[in-house]
Design a protein around this ligand. Structure first.
Ligand SMILES: NC(=O)CC[C@H](N)C(=O)O
Length: 395
């Protein structure tokens, strides 16, 4: 199918009300109804399907800064999970026709089918500037009532993102295995805190068999997979509220099992090491964020989706002694100096664990950071074959 004509019904008026009372009036987009969540903006010009299906967006209403959304419809290849997770969707100007050889339906049809309430035809630039100046805040969208006062009361009664423990709401109910592509060389236990499907895929491409485990996995379950390494995924909510996963990670670190974490996994590593996390004013969400690898000085253009970050207790050049080894900041965001990566080494300088706050799986986004999956594979190979220089050459 190359061009899917929109079957948009005639527009229903809709309102968007922020918790500080600012109100925008537009038209319904997707399902009719009412929804609340945390308003955040994403600057990605492409990749809306990956954004919508990223479980890290649980309870968030996503504002797209790209003015046209839906141009290529939806397809069966790009979802990062089995469903749309955003709590609501805000676009300026939805495409009237979906045009792509891969499209199976329009974005609005998909939103409607999955019951996702959205709003279109509002000034998303003004809304984004407001969020940038005032910070991420709770929001409501309604296409069933135009009464802003009532919606404001609902928004103000909604739970905050700070303190929200959400991994249990998005994790897999049962463990599953993503087989290695080609010869199986390594096994990874991946703790699913809201994992995107491209992450095990990137590992599988490197000969890694990935055992995806629920968020409440125990160390026994991890060991039962025969894992060479442990991975913690991205995920929704406040890292400070997700304490069980931190406990598991501390056991993994105590075992000296090679560890790699992405996004929420980076925050989990920080907290397992005894560091604090904090809420950013409006977060990083998009696919063109500049990050510097502090070991090489090389700058990567990277995909981000985070509202919290690890707080470094001293200047970024200084390492911190932890019960599990010496921790340091491996990557930093060049826009605002936010910690974008951590690594932990033992007294001999051997790498034990590392993580990044951004998305090397690149779904959507540039592929600059794919080397991190190679680094994880090299770390596990080096641990299996002590004395080999696999780790040294890779790092
Ligand atoms: N993509 C993620 O893993 C997000 C992590 C965390 N929920 C945050 O907003 O910072």
């Amino acid at each position: 199918m190359s061009a899917v004509p929109s079957t948009r019904p005639s527009r229903t008026p809709a309102i968007l009300v922020l918790e500080d009372g600012r109100t925008f009036r537009g038209e319904s987009y997707g399902a009719l109804g009412e929804t609340v969540g945390e308003a955040v903006f994403s600057t990605g010009m492409t990749g809306y399907q990956e954004t919508l299906t990223d479980p890290s967006y649980r309870r968030q209403v996503v504002v797209m800064t790209a003015p046209h959304v839906g141009n290529t419809g939806v397809n069966t290849e790009d979802p990062e999970s089995g469903r749309i997770w955003v709590a609501g969707y805000v676009v300026r100007d939805p495409a009237r026709v979906a045009s792509s050889w891969r499209a199976t339906r329009t974005l609005e049809e998909e939103l409607s089918e999955q019951g996702v309430v959205g709003i279109s035809g509002i000034d998303t630039r003004a809304l984004t500037r407001h969020l940038r100046e005032r910070g991420a805040m709770r929001v409501g969208i309604s296409s069933v009532s135009e009464d802003a006062e009532t919606l404001l009361a609902t928004v103000q009664a909604a739970p905050q993102m700070s303190g929200a423990d959400l991994a249990g709401e998005v994790t897999t109910a049962e463990p599953y295995v993503v087989p290695a592509i080609g010869d199986k060389q390594l096994t990874v236990a991946a703790v699913d805190l809201g994992i995107k499907s491209m992450t095990p895929q990137r590992m599988a491409e490197r000969g890694i068999e990935v055992h995806v485990l629920p968020a409440d996995a125990t160390l026994e379950q991890v060991h039962a997979t025969g894992a060479d390494g442990v991975f913690f995924s991205n995920g929704p909510g406040d890292p400070a509220a997700t304490t069980d996963a931190v406990g598991l990670l501390q056991e993994v670190l105590r075992d000296r099992t090679p560890f790699f974490g992405i996004c929420f996994g980076n925050q989990m590593l920080g907290r397992a090491l005894g560091l604090q996390t904090f809420k950013l004013k409006y977060g990083h969400r998009g696919i063109n964020q500049p990050v510097m690898d502090r070991t090489t000085g090389k700058v990567e253009v990277t995909a981000h989706n985070h509202g919290f970050a690890v707080e470094w207790p001293t200047d970024l050049d200084t390492s911190v002694a932890t019960p599990y080894g010496k921790a340091s900041v491996s990557h930093v965001c060049l826009n605002d100096d936010v910690v974008e990566g951590l690594e932990v080494r033992d007294a001999d300088g051997e790498l034990l664990a590392f993580s990044v706050q951004y998305h090397p799986e690149a779904a959507a986004g540039p592929h600059d950071a794919e080397y991190l999956f190679d680094r994880f594979a090299d770390l596990m190979h080096a641990r299996r074959n002590p004395g080999s220089d696999a780790e040294g050459t890779a790092l």
